[in-house]
Design a protein around this ligand. Sequence first.
Ligand code: 13P
Length: 130
Amino acid sequence: MPAPLAIGPISIGLVAHDDKKAALVDWAEAHVDFLRDKALFATGTTGGRILEALPGLDLVRLKSGPLGGDQQLGAMIAEGRLDVLIFFVDPLSPQPHDVDVKALIRMATLADIPFACNPATANLIVACRD
Ligand SMILES: O=C(CO)COP(=O)(O)O
């Protein structure tokens, strides 16, 4: 018997380090039609920046990344509640919560969900949506 189809919309986590937030906002604006029918969850500051640019978007803001937001997304992955992670990481700046960043990336890898760490990969995920 085939596995039951997932119920509800595809859920996507949206996160960006500070120097990459503008790139994620640009990406979200370019792909707003793709995002509109998804369940969107973002870390606090990233979500705020996206909503400033796209005020009508239905997006749940979690805690800020350094204050637990990365861990909240990681927990969602562990519970099977996040299907895709779009996380634009800054490879040139040290992060005070690097352990949380690594844990989130580890959970996405462990759960084998699509994970885009840059715009080129995020574009591929959109292109592969069908
Ligand atoms: O720190 C982050 C990812 O590690 C992002 O958190 P904010 O969106 O709250 O800046």
